[in-house]
Design a protein around this ligand. Structure first.
Ligand SMILES: Nc1nc2c(c(=O)[nH]1)N[C@H]1C(S)=C(S)[C@@H](COP(=O)(O)OP(=O)(O)OC[C@H]3O[C@@H](n4cnc5c(=O)[nH]c(N)nc54)[C@H](O)[C@@H]3O)O[C@H]1N2
Ligand SMILES: Nc1nc2c(c(=O)[nH]1)N[C@H]1C(S)=C(S)[C@@H](COP(=O)(O)OP(=O)(O)OC[C@H]3O[C@@H](n4cnc5c(=O)[nH]c(N)nc54)[C@H](O)[C@@H]3O)O[C@H]1N2
Ligand SMILES: [Mo]
Length: 751
C-alpha cells in the first residue's frame, strides 16, 4: 500500500485517489479538497514568472495587481541569486527578510521554511521572525508566569484520559471542538478530540460567543474580548466566599497578596466582583457567582483556547485563567487544573510519548536580528523606528528584499490593505508558492513549488505513533519543482550547491533522516524497520509507551525539589519582572484592560467579527479545492449572522453582504446561525484575498476577514496578533458582483 500525509490527516493512495486511513475515527473535512486543490490548473503556478514592472525596474511601486512574464527556471534562479548577492553586498544580509512564517506542508524533508532557512544561512543570513500567529501572547507570557517555554508546557499538558476519568467540570474558554482539531502540525493519523468529548462524564461549559465552539456543552455566551474580566470576577467570588485554596496559593504561587488587593479594589478602588464583570462580559452576575461555586465544588479543568489570546491584551486571559486555576488549587491533580489549547490542534493532551524527531540541519544565521512575527507591516513601513517587546526596546530593520516560502502573509496578517502599503517598500520580493495566492500575485519573482502529492517524503510527527513513507500521487503540474530543487538551482548560481546539498540526493536525505530517527528512538528502547522495509510498507506504527501525563505534577509533588523556572520558582500571580517593565498595556498581574475595539463602546450597528479557523481549509490551503469552493455562495466566503441581526439590517439568507469598517471592506455570502451572539458576525479565515477597485475604493471581494482586522500587537509585552478583535458593519450588497480574480492565474505578457 502507498500512503501520503498532510497536517490534516493520513491517506492511502488508491488509483490516483486518496482514502483516509481506516483507523482514523474522524477523518478531516479539509482532506476532501486536497487532491482537487493540488490538481487545480487554474490556480496552481505552472511556470516560474517575473512581474513585468519589476523587470522594467519599477522598484516595487506597482507590486499589487501587475502582469507577469513567464521565464525559464535558469533565468528565475539567476535573477534570485543576483538579487540576493546585490542586496547583501549593498546593504548587508540584515536587509533581507526571510522570516517566512507559515504552516507549509507536512513532510520532514520538504519542509519549505527549513529548506529556505538552510539556504539563506549559507548565503549570509537573514532577518528572522519570533513566535507564531497561533499563540504569540502565550509564547512570551508563559516563560514569565510558568517558568518554561510555552511548547514545554504544551508537551506536558494533562492527558485526555485523566480528564475524561476525573474531571467533573470542564470550563472551556473559546470552546473545544473537532473543527480546529482537524489538524496537527507535521501530520496526524488520528482525529480523536470528538471521541474524548463524547467520553466526558462531567459537565462541560463553553464560554464563547459561539455555541458551536463546543458540542453538548452548556453555553455561556460571553461578549468577545472580555474573558479576563469574567475570570477575575470568578476569582473575586472564590475569594469573598472563602472558596479559594489559600494553602495552594501560599505553597505554589508568588504575588498572591498583590492580585488579592487588585481583586478587592484595594489598589485602585475598583472591586472585580461578579456585579462589576456582568455588564462588561454580558453574563448575569448570579450566573458568574454560581459558576465560581460550581468550580470550587467540582473537580475542575480550565482551558483557554488559543483564539482567546489572539485578541487585544491577549496575555490577560492566559494569566487570569492560570490565577483562577491556582485559586481552585487543583493544578497537578489528575484531570483538573489548567490547560492552554485543548482541541486547538489534534495533538494536545495525547498520551503518547513525544519523540523529538530530527530535521535537516539549518546551519547558523549570521544575522542576529528578528521581529516578533506579527510586526511585519510595521517593519516594512517604519524602518529605523523603535518599538517595545518583552521588556526591551528594539529597532525595525530596513528591509530591501523579502523571500517567502511556505506561508501566506496575505492570508495570515491583519489589515491586509495596510500590508499592501508596506509591501511596496522592498526592492524585490521572491515567493516560493504552489498557487497564485495574493502573496504570489504581489511578488516579483514567483517560483512554482510542488505539493506533497507530487513528491516523496517522510511524515514524522512528535505526538504521533504512525510514521508514513509519503509517495507521490500525481506528476508535478507544469514545471513545478520541489523547494529543495529550486534552492539547489539558486545555490548553484551562487557557488553554494555543494554546501547546500552536501552532495546528497533527495533519497540520500530521506535515508539520512531515517537513520538519524532510528538512532534516536533506539536510545529510547524503540526500533524502526530499515529504510527499504519502511518504503515497502509505507506505514509503520511505532510501539510507543502510552505516557499519561499530569501537567506540573513534579512541581506540585515537591515545589522545592522541582521549582519552576520563574523568578520565585513558583507560579507568578504578580510578576516582578513584568511589573518592572512598566508597561501600560501589561501590568505585573492579570488584569482587565478594555480592548481597542469591542461592543462595549461600539458605534451604533457595529458587530464584533469572529474570524476563526475554517471548517474546510487549513488557513488558506485548499481554498481552491472542491470542499472549500463548494461551500461558498456565489464564489464568496460565507459569513454567519444571527437571524435577528440580519433582519434588523434587511439581510436575507444566501444574500451577498458588504462587511466594512475604517480599515477596509469585503464581500461575503450570508448564512443564519441562531447559536451565535446577536452582536457578532462570524467569518472564517482563509478565502484567498482578492482586492479590487470598486467605484474607486480598494476592497477585498472574496470574504477575507483580514481585510477588516486590526494590525496591532496584543501588548508591548508579546506583540502578538489580534485577529479576533475587530468591529465591522454589515449591509446588503446591491451593486453588481465584481468578478473574482483568485480562481485563475494573473495575466501573462511577453517581455
Ligand atoms: N483574522 C485571522 N487571521 C489569522 C488567524 C485567525 O484566527 N484570524 N489565525 C492565524 C494563525 S493561528 C495562523 S497559524 C496563520 C496561518 O497562516 P499561514 O500558515 O501563512 O497560512 P497557510 O494558508 O497555511 O499558508 C501556507 C502557504 O504555504 C504554501 N505551501 C504549502 N506547502 C508548501 C510547500 O511545500 N512549499 C511552498 N513553497 N509553499 C507551500 C501554501 O500554498 C500556502 O499559501 O494565520 C493567522 N491569521
Ligand atoms: N480546520 C482547521 N483547524 C485548524 C486550523 C485551520 O486553519 N483549520 N488552524 C490551526 C491553527 S494554526 C491554530 S493556531 C489553531 C487555533 O485554534 P483556536 O484558536 O481554538 O481556533 P479559533 O477557531 O480561531 O478560535 C476558537 C474560538 O474562539 C472563539 N473566540 C473568539 N474570540 C473570543 C473571545 O474573545 N472569547 C472567547 N471566549 N472566545 C472567543 C471563537 O468563537 C472561535 O471559534 O487551529 C488549528 N486548527
Ligand atoms: Mo496557528
Amino acid at each position: 500500500m502507498k500512503y501520503t500525509a498532510a497536517h490534516w490527516g493520513t491517506y492511502e493512495i488508491h488509483d490516483n485517489d486518496l482514502k483516509p486511513v481506516g483507523d482514523d475515527p474522524a477523518p478531516s473535512r479539509i482532506g476532501k479538497g486536497w487532491l482537487s486543490a493540488s490538481c487545480n490548473l487554474d490556480s496552481r503556478i505552472l511556470r516560474p514568472a517575473i512581474r513585468k514592472g519589476w523587470l522594467e525596474g519599477d522598484g516595487g511601486k506597482d507590486r499589487l495587481d501587475d502582469v507577469f512574464v513567464e521565464v525559464s527556471w535558469d533565468e528565475a534562479a539567476t535573477r534570485v541569486a543576483e538579487e540576493l548577492t546585490r542586496i547583501g553586498r549593498e546593504h548587508g544580509n540584515g536587509a533581507i527578510y526571510g522570516g517566512s512564517y507559515g504552516w507549509a506542508s507536512a513532510g520532514r524533508f520538504h519542509h519549505a521554511q527549513s529548506q529556505l532557512k538552510r539556504f539563506l544561512n549559507l548565503a549570509g543570513g537573514f532577518v528572522r521572525a519570533r513566535e507564531t500567529y497561533s499563540h504569540a501572547a502565550g509564547e512570551v507570557l508563559i516563560p514569565h508566569i510558568l517558568g518554561m517555554p510555552q511548547g514545554d508546557f504544551q508537551d506536558q499538558m494533562t492527558s485526555w484520559e485523566h480528564i475524561t476519568e476525573h474531571c467533573t467540570l470542564l470550563v472551556a474558554f473559546g470552546g473545544i471542538s473537532g473543527r480546529p482539531a482537524q489538524v496537527a502540525s507535521s501530520g496526524t493519523a488520528k482525529h480523536h478530540t470528538e471521541n474524548w468529548l463524547r467520553q466526558m462524564k462531567g459537565r462541560m461549559i463553553n464560554v464563547s460567543p459561539q455555541k458551536s465552539d463546543m458540542p453538548n456543552a452548556e453555553w455561556v455566551s460571553i461578549r468577545p474580548g472580555t474573558d479576563a474580566a469574567l475570570m477575575l470576577a470568578l476569582c473575586h467570588t472564590l475569594l469573598v466566599e472563602g472558596l479559594h485554596d489559600e494553602a495552594f496559593l501560599t505553597r505554589y504561587t508568588s504575588g498572591w497578596p498583590k492580585l488579592c488587593a487588585y481583586l478587592l479594589g484595594e489598589s485602585d478602588g475598583q472591586t472585580r466582583s461578579a456585579d462589576w464583570a456582568a455588564p462588561i462580559c454580558d453574563v448575569d452576575a448570579e450566573a458568574i457567582r454560581q459558576l465560581a461555586r460550581d468550580m470550587a465544588s467540582s473537580r475542575t479543568m480550565i482551558n483557554v483556547a488559543w483564539g482567546v489570546q489572539r485578541t487585544d491584551h491577549g496575555e490577560q486571559p492566559i494569566w487570569a485563567g492560570l490565577a483562577l486555576a491556582s485559586m481552585l488549587g487543583q493544578i497537578g491533580k489528575p484531570g483538573t487544573g489548567y490547560g492552554f489549547g485543548y482541541g486547538c490542534v489534534a495533538s494536545i493532551g495525547r498520551s503518547t510519548k513525544n519523540v523529538y524527531w530530527p530535521s535537516i540541519p539549518q546551519g547558523r544565521n549570521a544575522v542576529d536580528d528578528f521581529i516578533p512575527v506579527a510586526r511585519v507591516t510595521d517593519m516594512l513601513l517604519h524602518p529605523g523606528e523603535r518599538y517595545a517587546y518583552n521588556g526591551t526596546t528594539r529597532t525595525y530593520p530596513d528591509i530591501r528584499m523579502v523571500v517567502w516560502s511556505g506561508g501566506n502573509p496575505y492570508h495570515h496578517h491583519q489589515d491586509l490593505l495596510r500590508l499592501e502599503k508596506g509591501w511596496q517598500k522592498p526592492e524585490t520580493v521572491v515567493v516560493f508558492e504552489q498557487g497564485w495566492t495574493a502573496t504570489a500575485r504581489r511578488s516579483d519573482i514567483v517560483l512554482p513549488a510542488t505539493t506533497p502529492l507530487e513528491r516523496t517524503d517522510i511524515m514524522l510527527s512528535k505526538t504521533e505513533p504512525t510514521l508514513i513513507y509519503m509517495s507521490p500521487v500525481h506528476a508535478p503540474v507544469g514545471e513545478a519543482k520541489d523547494d529543495h530543487e529550486i534552492l539547489k538551482l539558486i545555490a548553484a548560481k551562487m557557488g553554494l550547491e555543494k554546501a547546500f546539498t552536501e552532495g546528497k540526493s533527495q533519497e540520500d536525505w530521506l535515508r539520512w533522516l531515517w537513520d538519524q530517527s532510528s538512532a534516536l528512538v533506539a536510545g529510547q528502547g524503540m526500533e524502526l524497520p530499515d529504510f527499504e522495509s519502511f518504503r515497502q510498507q509505507g506505514r509503520f506504527n511505532l510501539d510507543k509507551d502510552e505516557e499519561t501525563r499530569i501537567a506540573l505534577a513534579d512541581f506540585i509533588s515537591d515545589p522545592v525539589a522541582h521549582p519552576l523556572g520563574t523568578e520565585s520558582g513558583r507560579i507568578t500571580l504578580f510578576n516582578e519582572k513584568i511589573a518592572a517593565f512598566g508597561l501600560d498595556d501589561c501590568p505585573g498581574h492579570p488584569a482587565w484592560l478594555q480592548p481597542v475595539e469591542s461592543t462595549l463602546d461600539a458605534p451604533q450597528g457595529a458587530l464584533h467579527m469572529i474570524s476563526a479557523q475554517s471548517d474546510t481549509r487549513l488557513h488558506s490551503q485548499n481554498d481552491q479545492g472542491s470542499e472549500s469552493l463548494g461551500s461558498k455562495i456565489e464564489g464568496r466566503e460565507v459569513c454567519r449572522l444571527h437571524p435577528d441581526t440580519a433582519a434588523e439590517r434587511g439581510i436575507a439568507e444566501g444574500a451577498i453582504v458588504r462587511l466594512f469598517n475604517s480599515r477596509g471592506a469585503t464581500l461575503a455570502g450570508v448564512a443564519f446561525d441562531g447559536d451565535l451572539r446577536r452582536d457578532c458576525i462570524a467569518l472564517q479565515t482563509g478565502a484567498w484575498f482578492d482586492a479590487a477597485e470598486v467605484d474607486g475604493v480598494r476592497m477585498d471581494i472574496h470574504g477575507n476577514p483580514n481585510a477588516l482586522t486590526i494590525d496591532k500587537g496584543t501588548s508591548s509585552l508579546a506583540q502578538g496578533n489580534i485577529g479576533h478583535t475587530a468591529l465591522v458593519f454589515v449591509e446588503p450588497w446591491t451593486k453588481p458582483l465584481p468578478p473574482l480574480k483568485v480562481s485563475k492565474a494573473p495575466d501573462f505578457v511577453e517581455r
